[in-house]
Design a protein around this ligand. Structure first.
Ligand code: SIN
Length: 549
């Protein structure tokens, strides 16, 4: 067994020597799922919400496209259900998708009551956009392409106005704590001013987002380092389907620039993907062409680049014209202008990049993980709504619906007060040799992009596993005292787990292609789940009850 299977805290500590705080609900993460959960939990007790940096820095805030929900009379939850199931390529849990689409519209109404503004047409009706995989315009958006920012503004304002919610900025959750009764009951945290603290809680909810930063090319903010997946793993929670990372087909490809998202909504407004000769890449590839589900468009681009030898493709939004583009996508127009590109009159250079962590901590329909006292919602969770390929703009909705449900489940479970205990990490401390953490990260991110990206091969996955195990021996065996060190350890852990799961999934499905297994497994669709210390993964068919192990 590798070092990734040893039960250990990232730093050795004794709880009784540290300052201890108590709350009813501890929420790790401050994006849409975290704040939605906080607003629900505050109806019943005190809530602590931990933001790793600030509330403005999360995948939720960066979301451009919008929130998908069947809110229009000409649409239906059934149609939304069908589109989500189809996009998920056989791996969606139908019961979870049902919950998502049916409870979604109510969540939208609640958002409006909290003051979220959405774009409207001149007649006052809500303006609904179209995105890949949707058979009906159903994407609510704000300020054109700043939906996440407006959503987070409204949720943060509501949270700040709610007595009982305490928001902690710059607070890094290092590891989950287990109490004397053996259940998860809080977390060990670090803050630049207060140092290490133990926060005990009756219920602990993980809502800390995904792990896009494990790839060299990603649309994600720097905070997306998979910390909550890694700490749940170390605490013995089951993780599931981590091999599924969604790659967004159109992120900006400009040397030296971050891989800014160029929203799928641009294709919803008629833009098409072309190569350098102006030839359309999606024509004839799928009945929905440029509005095919995201995995289909990503694969088509990657295959086209491999056969043409080109380094990137382009998005052609010129039919909108400069003024039309700037008025519908003001944020994108400004971002592109920063690189000297007029999105409405010039081709936009694009390439796929890692975008959304589909797999995560396994939960049931109510956000319960396999550890008592621990819940998960939003991108960190694997509850079955996203299958093998997430339908565009379903993630903000998922955070809202399952954030609320996780709190409802914790209340129903009527967890007792935690019983603090003294404990020490079983970590074997080792004097760290000189280690360039930046180099470890960039080597990991490059290896993940090259070998655990869209196109995969079993032999390379196994080579990667050997390499990550070797790196783990010294990087995980050392004790660090700063977030940079802990994040690097978490990235390595999540990269290792993703690669391990990818090696186990001997089929081509959804977000990735296996060159050595070019079709879907004929035995049907199954989840791959794992718990620390287990020799091998468990396979469970779609439809089997989750979070029961
Ligand atoms: C986009 O705007 O293309 C991203 C939306 C999403 O990831 O759902």
């Amino acid at each position: 067994m590798s070092i990734f299977d040893e039960r250990r805290y990232l730093i050795p500590f004794r709880s009784q020597l540290l300052p201890q705080l108590f709350t009813d609900t501890l929420i790790v993460g401050s994006g849409v799922a975290g704040l939605r959960a906080a607003l629900e939990a505050a109806k019943h007790g005190d809530v602590f919400v931990l933001a790793k940096e600030s509330l403005d820095n999360s995948n939720s805030t960066w979301a451009q496209g919008g929130i998908a929900a069947a809110t229009d009379a000409s649409d239906s939850t059934e149609a939304h259900f069908e589109d989500t199931m189809r996009a998920g390529v056989g791996l969606c849990e139908p019961a979870a998708v049902r919950v998502l689409v049916e409870e979604g519209p109510r969540e939208i109404e609640q958002l409006m009551r909290w003051g979220m503004r959405v774009d409207r047409k001149q007649d006052g009706s809500v303006s609904l956009g179209l995105e890949g995989g949707h058979g009906h315009p159903r994407i609510l958006h704000s300020d054109g392409d700043a939906t996440g920012r407006e959503l987070m503004r409204a949720l943060a304002a509501a949270a700040r106005a709610t007595a009982g919610i305490r928001l902690f900025d710059n607070c890094f959750a290092i590891d989950l704590c287990t109490d004397a009764k053996g259940r998860v009951a809080g977390a060990l945290t670090w803050h630049p001013r207060y140092g290490l603290q133990v926060i005990w809680a009756r219920a602990t909810i993980l809502a800390a987002g995904g792990a896009g930063q494990v790839y060299r090319e990603t649309s994600n903010p720097r905070v997306a380092t998979g910390d909550a997946i890694a700490m749940a793993w170390r605490a013995g929670a089951v993780v599931r389907d981590l091999e599924f990372m969604q790659f967004h087909p159109t992120t900006l490809y400009v040397a030296g620039a971050p891989r800014h998202l160029v929203s799928e909504a641009v294709r919803g407004e008629g833009a098409v993907v072309v190569d350098r000769t102006g030839t359309r890449i999606m024509a004839g590839r799928h009945p929905q062409e440029d509005l095919a589900p995201r995995d289909v468009v990503t694969r088509a681009i990657v295959e086209h680049l491999a056969s043409s030898g080109d380094s990137h493709a382009f998005l052609d939004a010129r039919a909108m014209g400069s003024a039309g583009f700037a008025s519908r996508f003001p944020g994108l127009a400004t971002m592109l202008a920063g690189y000297g590109i007029d999105g409405g009159s010039e081709l936009i250079p694009i390439h796929p990049a890692a975008h959304y962590t589909i797999g995560g901590v396994e939960t049931d329909l109510d956000g319960r993980t396999t550890r008592v006292g621990l819940y998960a919602c939003g991108e960190v969770a694997s509850n079955g709504v996203h299958g093998a390929n997430r339908l565009a703009s379903n993630s903000l909705l998922e955070g809202l619906v399952f954030g609320r449900r996780a709190v409802a489940a914790a209340l129903k479970d009527s967890l007792p007060d935690p019983v603090p205990m003294q404990w020490e990490s079983r970590v074997r401390t080792q004097v760290a040799g000189e280690l360039d953490l930046g180099d470890v990260r960039s080597s990991l991110r490059s290896a993940m992009w090259r070998n655990v990206g869209i196109v995969r091969d079993g032999a390379k996955l196994r080579d990667c596993l050997d390499m990550f195990s070797f790196w783990g021996r010294y990087a995980l065996g050392s004790v660090f005292e700063t977030p940079e060190g802990w994040e690097t350890q978490n990235l390595l852990t999540v990269g290792h787990l993703m690669t391990r799961a990818a090696a186990q999934r001997c089929e081509t499905r959804g977000t990735h292609v296996r060159v050595d297994w070019p079709s879907e497994d004929s035995a049907g669709s199954f989840h791959i789940s794992w718990r620390i210390g287990e020799e091998s993964a468990q396979r469970s068919p779609v439809g089997a009850e989750a979070a029961t192990r």
